[in-house]
Design a binder for this molecule. Sequence first.
Ligand code: PLP
Length: 401
Amino acid sequence: MMNISQRIKEVPYSAIRKLTPYAEKAKADGKKVYHLNIGAPDTKTPNEFFDAIRNTNLKTLDYAPSKGMKSLMEQTCKYYRDRGADFDPESEIIITTGASEALVFSIVAVSELGQKILTCNPFYSNYYTIFRQCGINPVTFDTTVETGYRLPNYETIRDSVTEDTAAILLSNPSNPTGAVYTEEELRRVVRVAKEKDLFIIADEVYREFIFDGKDFMSFAEIEGIEDRLILLDSVSKRFGACGARIGAILCKNKALMTEIIKLATGRLAVSTIDQIGAAELYNVDKSYFEEVNAEYQKRRDCIYEELKKIDGVKVYKPEGAFYIMPDLPIKDAEDFAMWMLTDFDDNGETVMIAPGDGFYHDSNVGKSQVRLAYVINRDDLKRAIEILGKGLEKYRQLTNQ
Ligand SMILES: Cc1ncc(COP(=O)(O)O)c(C=O)c1O
């Protein structure tokens, strides 16, 4: 009997996707829509990527090795070595189709069907899609806007671990909050992972986006967890190259890597062309990171200052990535987000925002929150938040909130 599986039906439509038709309609009606909902960087992909592809003299576009191309594995490991983490390019890295595939491989490799992965609320919404795809469920602990989404204390994290939890997964810097965890917070997680014997899946794809001159502390810098640490990597955000679809798994647990290679072999290879380009990305001058970082920090400052001006909005200063997750003085951010597209404009302009709800599991906290991505230029950003403020005022009047 033909049957559309229950597990696919359990994957929710992303809240952003639900809103897309309304954004399209608004645009068709002639409104200008500022997108604060998308987390794709707008910065230029370095020329190194395109030049490398232009300069290849490949005659046949063959499969690359399943583990990845040597040059890219070496370049990625060198990047980590320069940042205090030593991975052997021969055996401790596998190139994947974005961090997205690295996530799927890691989760399949460490969990049985029906098991759980611990993460914090709110979390990157695609984690949920991937969990369901892999036949597992999340279990979560909350972080709150009031603390700027710091991790809770050791006991809270420890007590969230269930009998059937296989791993702790954290995005650091965080999508969707922009929180960057301190060494002390990381050590709290490590303590729980060791005590409960869990893998740590560290999603550090935003590690180059750290503000205020602070240092980023990676899980890879913590000793004594070599066996349990699975580091996920990506060029998407680091080099503004989301379309390259290049990521990696870095891990010192040889037994685990031997198993993951089977998954890599099963999907044959990652795009040869993209690997050629990505390997060269690692030759960019250090100033590239500095310039990009400086720009995002200015945007962070801009969005934070503008949001602070809006009555009733709870806001904090994110330390990294390019997201902020304020709490709005309304009950239902999804309704508000839709209304902004369907019923509101300021001089023919409106904004598209991501309702917070979709970033939570088993919690109602996110209902009044929104995730804003500051991946548009500062003038547009300022204007977008002005529109958001005006919309919010009108919506609150209309709905008596
Ligand atoms: C926290 C986090 N992890 C992973 C990914 C997936 O990245 P990739 O493009 O490498 O698949 C994203 C993309 O937005 C992300 O925000």
